[in-house]
Design a protein around this ligand. Structure first.
Ligand code: KIV
Ligand code: ZN
Length: 511
């Protein structure tokens, strides 16, 4: 039996630090459930001391996740650790992750602390965290630019204080694979009590090397990798979970360890995170990009038809790409729908939610005839969005678009139950619909992102729209899906307006 490589997912914490990727508590819970389904070992759910919204989100995730360890981030400060401990109280398995910077530049210019003080504070923090859980992770922030002797000193001291995982972050994405692997190897060799802890790595992608650095560290003895779905994360992002998992799995000839991830859940996780955050996946992205398994050249196609292994090192279905299989149609009943939800691992909170989703399924099936798994995921996302508090609701939308004419939209919405209507011209039908909505709502929000993705192939496919609005320093994402992309766009815009109205998103995702 090979050693286990622990997969620590930080999509909900570092991933959320991408500007514009902030998530509501409900969205975090949905992603956390999917991570649990994927059998992620540790889910870093947020930074409880950052804001009350973050605290509530970590608490909510800790309340529902049963199979994965739930982790909260805390600076090496008693008040941060107390907040994390409090938020994680209900977790079946809890971890506190505390950190302090150890590089000369961070200690001098950011912390304004002497190295001695940093060691002392790190030790105090780890001891304090042990009051809440015996599962404590410590990170020397900016380890990639820290001095080796000093790192050894801090890390030896925090192991004695009770840390159980030591995470080595390349905070600014500065390291190169050989040197980063050697750093982990040297730390393990030089720290006398290193055998008492698991070594972990956390790499940023500023030079496009996050996955390469992480894998080099694994080859040199790291047994936990911190990563995010789709490589989301601060600046250029973190190491992509799907790339780490599939590299270790595909190259078992090289790695002395293996993950326990259910790789077939990778695609649903990727779609969910992309949909919720509005960070679309580039088509040529490894594993989860639309072209990742598409063979265009004749020579490749010929080879694959003769023997798959000629050009394929992984199978698309192993990471959850389904072959757009028709699963349900307009005559499918409630039981078939419920069974498919169960097969897809979708759990709705209540009977009311299942009924609402079934009604929506019938509406989509009427228009589209063939319903694929992707359609079900999209309509469930739509329904879950509708279960959030709705101040504004789309009642009807009419758009007129004709060559040579200025497009116009007429929209009716209900605001707190009262119907309001407006009409507006626009440079296109979507623009006209948004202008008509703004005539009623007058939010004055800035439209930062508008993206449309087709959920399945064909012109009858549903379009999934993401709208990002910014107002007064707040940024929210709204989603909507429909076979009519103008309707999907209006739904997404209204979803974002509702979030702005109800303060649902986390206010300050940056550290
Ligand atoms: O990049 C980083 O250093 C971090 C730490 C908090 C682990 O995100
Ligand atoms: Zn980070």
């Amino acid at each position: 039996m090979k050693e286990k490589l622990i997969i620590f997912d930080t999509t909900l914490r570092d991933g959320e630090q991408s500007p514009g990727a902030s998530m509501t508590r409900e969205e975090k819970v949905r992603i956390a459930r999917q991570l649990e389904r994927m059998r992620v070992d540790v889910i870093e759910a947020g930074f409880p001391a950052a804001s009350p919204g973050d605290f509530e989100a970590v608490k909510a995730v800790a309340g529902v996740v049963k199979e994965s360890t739930v982790c909260g981030l805390a600076r090496a400060l008693e008040r941060d650790i107390d907040r994390a401990g409090e938020a994680l109280k209900k977790a079946a398995s809890a971890r506190i992750h505390t950190f302090i910077a150890t590089s000369p530049i961070h200690m001098e210019r950011k912390l304004r602390m002497a190295p001695e003080q940093v060691v002392e504070q790190a030790v105090k923090a780890v001891k304090w965290a042990r009051r809440y859980t015996d599962n404590v992770e410590f990170s020397p922030e900016d380890a990639g630019r820290s001095e080796l002797d000093f790192l050894c000193r801090v890390l030896e001291a925090v192991i004695d204080a009770g840390a159980t995982t030591l995470n080595i972050p390349d905070t600014v994405g500065y390291s190169l694979p050989d040197a980063f692997g050697a750093l982990v190897r040297d730390l393990k060799a030089r720290i006398p009590n290193a055998d008492k802890v698991v070594f972990s790595v956390h790499c940023h992608n500023d030079l496009g090397l996050a996955v390469a650095n992480s894998l080099s560290a694994v080859i040199n003895g790291a047994r936990q990798v911190e990563c995010t779905v789709n490589g989301l994360g601060e600046r250029a992002g973190n190491a992509a979970l799907e790339e780490i998992v599939m590299a270790v799995r595909t190259r078992q000839d090289v790695f002395a360890c293996e993950t326990h991830i259910d790789a077939t859940q990778i695609m649903p996780a990727s779609r969910l995170v992309a949909g919720i955050t509005g960070f679309a996946v580039q088509p040529n992205k490894a594993i989860v990009g639309a072209n990742a398994f598409a063979h265009e050249s004749g020579i490749h196609q010929d080879g694959v038809l003769k023997s798959r292994e000629t050009y394929e090192i992984m199978r698309a279905e192993d990471v959850g790409w389904t072959a757009n299989k028709m699963v349900l149609g307009k005559h499918s009943g409630r039981n078939a729908f419920r069974t498919r939800l169960r097969e897809l691992g979708i759990e709705l909170e209540s009977e009311e939610a299942v009924n609402a989703a079934f009604t929506r399924f019938k509406e989509v099936a009427d228009k589209k005839h063939e319903i694929f798994d992707e359609d079900i995921h999209a309509l469930i996302s739509d329904e879950v969005a509708l279960l959030e508090p709705e101040h504004f609701k789309l009642v009807s939308l009419k758009v007129c678009s004709e060559t040579g004419e200025i497009p116009r939209a007429r929209v009716v919405i209900s605001e707190n139950g009262a119907e309001k209507r407006a009409e507006a011209p626009g440079s296109g039908p979507v623009d006209a619909a948004f202008k008509a909505l703004e005539t009623i709502v007058g939010s004055g929000a800035e439209l930062q992102l508008y993206s449309v993705n087709n959920i399945t192939s064909g012109t009858d496919a549903q379009g999934e729209v993401t709208v990002r609005l910014a107002k007064g320093g707040r940024i929210v994402n709204g989603q909507g899906a429909d076979t009519d992309i103008v309707v999907a766009s209006a739904k997404a815009y209204i979803h974002a307006l509702n979030k702005l109205h109800t303060n649902l998103e986390r206010l300050n995702p940056q550290l």
